[in-house]
Design a protein around this ligand. Structure first.
Ligand code: NAD
Length: 485
């Protein structure tokens, strides 16, 4: 199967924070891969802009090293590297002052082509950048800004940030990144639901027993401890990534695949979420092992009450989902790095095979990582004589097997999302009202934790989280799926 690559129009991309960790690990390698795929115009210009002193040659060396280290998929030929690098340049610039902005303006030389400003800096600088882009006359009608997470740390700060950005840019120019939406499987969730007639009639509380969403990491906070400890699993994962997965899984069919229609439907889901009862949320903090530090040691804060794990039983109050529970969990240092959405269908209303056949139910699993793909569990007869014995088998649609070897090379989410910015497609980016609604739902949970002053429950490294998280499902006569790679 040959994938179609549509070249993007010529563009200028300014990466504020172009020398930072995200630029190094994700943005620059993603751009190079799109370049190799023929999607980036040979005329495109990428301008790194950050505080450190550097000339163009040094920035190209920085990008070369980043690509060397982080582009390990070997799709990019070394022969492309030097021409790609020749399209990069660097401007030393201060987001908080006016130094360097004239030089940036010179680089952009009044060109009317597509101009994207990637805010790959701490959120405290988002307002400064937006102000100065406009003040220095860089906000052309073709300009757009890309804003990284976190988008606020509560409803009030998200509102303030939205209001600040809105002073300088229209909503149609603001691209709030949630890189989960750039994952191929997440988009496939929409294709599966709305491109087939098979699933949608069953996609409701009448046929679905419950839905589980797990985003499990096996690693700890590592070098991000300082940032993570001010955030926690709720702010870092639940409010954004898991919320987005929940929306795409449960939203009504949009009238068409366009930014307004899709985001309107997602917003309706968030607004239909019931407030979470205190007994329906569990939070935890990982303990260390002989070899690995526990959370508190890793973030160097022995009194910290920040959670590295959270599990929630959520409810969506609308016709489609009344009565269906949604079990959501995310955490670090769990048994494996594994993320999935599992749609667990109800038992058949009556078993003609009798009790001896056991209990069988269909589970549709959308795997986000590792091995992106979709698996449908179906019940069949166990082969051979000996009566009607039933067994569950997976109909596995691992993309690389179903679509051929080329599909094994699934583009990184950042590749897709950066190109969507250039194309001007906001479908896979969060709208301001969506982000605010998500905070409106999470704020009371976080406020209740802070008011109680209670410490998160401890859980062992390599486990499935605190026992109470298991009990959250057991008490409903259900159980989490095993976290496995
Ligand atoms: P970083 O600290 O590694 O880099 C920050 C960059 O901002 C550097 O290039 C620095 O020179 C520049 N900078 C700082 N102050 C500046 C100023 N006053 N003027 C101009 N430039 C300035 O940070 P990072 O990890 O690359 O993260 C960038 C953003 O992306 C943050 O909002 C972060 O939350 C978000 N993010 C990062 C990751 C990741 O994996 N690193 C993942 C998701 C989101």
């Amino acid at each position: 199967m040959v994938s179609r690559v549509i070249p993007a129009q010529p563009f200028d991309l300014v990466i504020f924070g172009g020398t930072g960790d995200l630029a190094r690990r994700k943005i620059l390698p993603a751009l190079f891969r799109r370049y190799c795929a023929g999607q980036m115009d040979r005329d495109a210009r990428i301008i790194g802009a950050a505080r450190g002193d550097m000339d163009d040659a040094a920035y190209r060396d920085f990008a070369r090293a980043a690509i060397d280290e982080f582009d390990d998929d070997a799709v990019c030929a070394a022969e492309h590297l030097e021409t790609f690098l020749s399209q990069l340049s660097y401007v030393t610039l201060d987001a908080r002052g006016d130094d360097g902005w004239a030089a940036l303006k010179d680089r952009l030389d009044g060109s009317e082509r597509i101009r994207a400003f990637y805010f790959s800096v701490g959120p405290a600088l988002f307002g400064d950048l937006a102000t100065r882009i406009e003040a220095h006359g860089l906000a052309t009608p073709e300009a757009r800004i890309v804003v990284e997470k976190p988008f606020g740390r509560d409803l009030a700060s998200a509102r303030a940030l939205n209001a600040e950005l809105a002073k300088h840019f229209k909503e149609t120019q603001i691209y709030r990144i949630d890189h989960y939406l750039g994952k191929e499987t997440v988009q496939n969730l929409m294709a599966i639901r709305f491109g087939n007639t098979l699933f949608e009639p069953l996609w409701n509380s009448q046929y679905v027993d419950h839905i589980q969403i797990t985003v499990a990491e096996s690693g700890g906070v590592g070098t991000r401890g300082g940032y993570y400890d001010k955030s926690g699993a709720m702010r870092d994962m639940m409010q954004n990534h898991i919320m987005q997965l929940l929306c795409l899984t449960t939203m009504e069919p949009p009238a068409k695949y366009d930014p307004h229609a899709v985001r309107d439907e997602k917003l309706k889901v968030i607004r239909a979420l019931s407030p979470v009862e205190p007994g329906d949320v569990v939070r935890g903090q990982y303990e260390g092992t002989d070899r690995l530090p526990g959370y508190r040691n890793e973030v160097e804060n022995c009194d910290t009450l920040t959670e590295s794990f959270v599990a929630i039983k959520a409810r969506i109050c609308n016709w489609r989902w009344a009565g269906t529970p949604f079990y959501l969990r995310t955490g670090k240092r769990l048994r494996a790095r594994a993320s999935e959405i599992a749609i667990v269908f109800k038992d058949a209303p009556h078993s003609i095979f009798g009790a001896a056949a056991g209990r069988h139910r269909n589970i549709l699993t959308i795997r986000l990582q590792p091995n992106e793909g979709i698996e449908m569990g179906v019940t069949i007869k166990e082969p051979g004589p000996g009566g009607m014995r039933l067994v569950d088998v997976p109909l596995d649609m691992t993309f690389s097997e179903a679509l051929g070897p080329e599909a094994a090379d699934i583009p990184d989410a950042y590749e897709r999302l950066i190109m969507d910015v250039i194309r001007g497609d906001q479908t896979l980016f969060m709208r301001g009202d969506e982000v605010e609604a998500a905070w409106e739902w999470t704020d009371p949970i976080i406020d209740a934790w802070e008011a109680s002053g209670a410490a998160p429950l401890r859980y062992a490294t390599g486990s499935s989280g605190p026992d109470d998280a298991l009990a959250l499902m057991h008490r409903d006569g259900r159980s989490w799926r095993e976290i496995r790679p």
